[in-house]
Design a protein around this ligand. Structure first.
Ligand code: FAD
Length: 290
């Protein structure tokens, strides 16, 4: 363990940057991940988070990757955890395993139905229905930093934007100390979210999540990832690319412009979705810092 792992009072510094990774399922994916982590570590992010998928094998991979980040790097790992397919007892066990390994920061999420974002949500018979319950459990177990999801374009299943804000407030009351947003394209959606959240008494930092879209497959998948249709103007922007290098550059430029606009408007830093690749994330990071 390195000294750099000491937890700061707040995980989210004012103009800081954080990175998100996913636990890979192959040896090649694993080696790409550690390559990306070691390159991005040098940039001194506030923290790095590791997502959680559906099923038992991903649970083990998220635990393994966060534990290794904790043991072998100076980075602060944040483990994502969802309510999908786990009983309260199993969720408690996972949180306790993370804490025992020194991982003291958790993103507490409900997760999407395994059949897809549009399917009907079904809780485990002995499990949880909403993320706010997981926030309560994480706080009770002693997690020091608890992050939650926020939605600039409204959660796809939520009845209204105002309802989303009420949910965010409930998460804050339950012990959440920061929020990270879903992907979005329009700075105004984020600014509306933070202004309405502040009016409703939400005081935790809400860090915008940005993904530098660097290949055409990611661009096609965007709506599926975020639950929000990609605006026509943004599609046209990416369609203007002549080759794959051009798409990558457009993606970095777009993410830089959006990030700079948000930081100038007072966003508490930026969270970069890396897709386990360092090049674009590093470029956006350096552009935003310069
Ligand atoms: C930053 C970020 C990271 C993510 N990481 C992951 C990940 O690692 N793995 C993964 O599987 N998914 C991840 N997701 C996706 C997330 O799990 C889905 O978007 C999911 O549909 C909602 O999760 P939530 O935590 O906001 O759930 P919730 O807050 O429980 O909200 C889910 C739905 O229930 C409604 N709701 C919430 N509370 C109540 C209440 N008390 N009464 C009535 N209705 C309520 C909300 O309006 C919403 O429609 C992430 C999302 C974000 C933004």
């Amino acid at each position: 363990m390195r000294a750099g792992n000491l937890l700061p009072m707040s995980l989210v510094s004012n103009r800081g940057i954080s990175f998100e990774f996913f636990p890979p399922s192959t040896d090649i994916g694993e080696s790409n991940l550690w390559q990306a982590i070691s390159e991005l570590e040098q940039l001194g992010p506030d923290f790095v988070s590791v997502t959680y998928g559906a099923g038992g094998s991903t649970r083990d991979r998220t635990l393994r990757v966060t534990q290794r980040i904790k043991e072998e790097t100076g980075l602060i790992p944040v483990a994502h955890l969802t309510c999908v397919g786990s009983s309260n007892e199993q969720l408690t066990e996972i949180i306790q395993t993370l804490l025992a390994a020194g991982v003291k920061s958790l993103m507490a999420l409900r997760g999407d139905p395994p059949a897809g974002i549009d399917a009907q949500w079904q809780a485990h018979p002995d499990g949880m229905t909403y993320a706010v319950q997981l926030v309560e459990l994480a706080a009770k177990c002693g997690m020091q930093h608890i992050g939650v999801a926020a939605f600039p374009d409204k959660h796809p299943q939520s009845p209204s934007f105002d309802f989303d804000i009420e949910v965010l407030q409930l998460k804050q009351q339950a012990g959440a100390s920061f929020a990270i947003t879903q992907l979005f394209f329009d700075a105004q959606s984020y600014l509306d979210l933070i202004s309405r959240a502040a009016q409703a008494g939400v005081t935790i930092p809400i860090r915008p999540g940005i993904m530098p879209l660097t290949d055409s497959k990611q661009i096609a998948k965007f709506s599926q990832l975020s639950g929000t249709p990609m605006p026509e103007s943004v599609k046209a922007y990416f369609n203007s690319a002549t080759d794959s290098a051009d798409i990558a550059q457009l993606g970095v430029d777009f993410a830089t412009k959006l990030g700079a606009e948000l930081l100038d408007a007072g966003a508490p830093g930026v969270h970069l979705y890396t897709m386990n690749k360092s090049t674009a994330a590093k470029q956006v990071f350096l552009n935003l810092k310069s």
